[in-house]
Design a protein around this ligand. Sequence first.
Ligand code: PLP
Length: 455
Amino acid sequence: MSQPTHTTAELRALDHAHYLHPFTDHKDLGSRGTRIIERAEGVYLWDSEGQKILDGMAGLWCVNIGYGRRELADAAYKQMLELPYYNSFFQCANPPAVKLAAAIAEIAPAHMNHVFFTGSGSESNDTVLRMVRRYWDLKGKPTRKTVIGRINGYHGSTVAGASLGGMAPMHEQGDLPIPGIVHIPQPYWYGEGGDMSEEEFGLWAARQLEEKIQQVGEENVAAFIAEPIQGAGGVIVPPSTYWPEIKRIVDKYQILLVVDEVICGFGRTGEWFGSQYYDLKPDLMPIAKGMTSGYLPMGGVIVGDRVARTMIDEGGEFFHGYTYSGHPVAAAVGLENLRILREEKIVEYVKQEAAPYLQSKIAELADHRLVGEVRGVGLLGALELVKNKATRVRFVEKGTAGTLCRDICVRNGLVMRAVGDTMIMSPPLVIRPSEIDELVNTIRQCLDQTAEQLG
Ligand code: PLP
């Protein structure tokens, strides 16, 4: 039986009556009316009113190979008929999950050879918390329980994910973080660097980790978790001195390094993983999003040999897992997604063509009177909107310029995201140069309109 068709007004009324959305102010939504996205192709979306919109965010940083790839639908269809579900508990596996684990090990850094599958980035970070504590228990160091994260980092929305992250509004709701998770400042030079040079500030921010380890007591610290480049926090690209200093500190204290690759993984920086871009040697890498290009929900944790060998050789059962860990249909889609990324050399395309082009084009926006800083790596970009470029003074009510600009963008057929007054972008990796031109030209027009309205 086919579903009855609904007008946009009917869908909005049903939505308003029944649907509680993630990260949404429902009073606000009630007055605006939800935008219903109906279909998509390549880098474009179409809403239920027929507007064509360039998706400058690849959904939520996830549609790496672009929309409308039939091969992924075919892979899902075939796998659903063959084996729609079976679990990976109790010494069972299914062919796509096994093959996907092996394929991921091939593209991961050389010392990372195992994958634990989950259903999302948040579940991956819950797994991280349990795994690092399990590791130190097995090592006979059960006091090593504390995980250090960063203020304004994002690691998901479950209780552990939100606790590992450092988003103040999330912490305010529900008494987070949970005990055993502490935070250090972020390497956000433009916003928080004060009078320091970028390099000095990078060292300062990294050394906050050493201070925190000493404060908590070395014998109590299990791990440090960070995104290579903070995504949801506002595409915060760390100064060049930051990661080398973090590496020194992590090595000195022998704590586990968790690099959250949920956004940076699967090609976004022009390398397979952000860890390769910054030459990091993580012990654990949570992944999701680009793993299936968002076509089906799936996540995982790529586990380095140090932790994997301990869990396997000294472990026993790890009492942890999800019904959908290694879901065969999601894994089949993940495999097909990886095949496309590899055979079409999409990561190479990002590194050699798309990223240099996007970065050079957005750099031109630095001359706009609203733009205080332009920054980015790979196909991640950010524009800081300020009232006064010379003094970096912001607009009085934080977020007004960003929200205004974001809404103007959508009206002009472009999805950008606003984090406060920082406009961020993360388009599909397959975006073509002509589409990058369209993206950047539209942003400039929208900046002009925003400036006009701000007066
Ligand atoms: N980690 C990072 C770095 C993310 O950006 C996100 C989501 O945006 C997550 C974890 C959580 O992933 P999910 O929304 O799939 O649970």
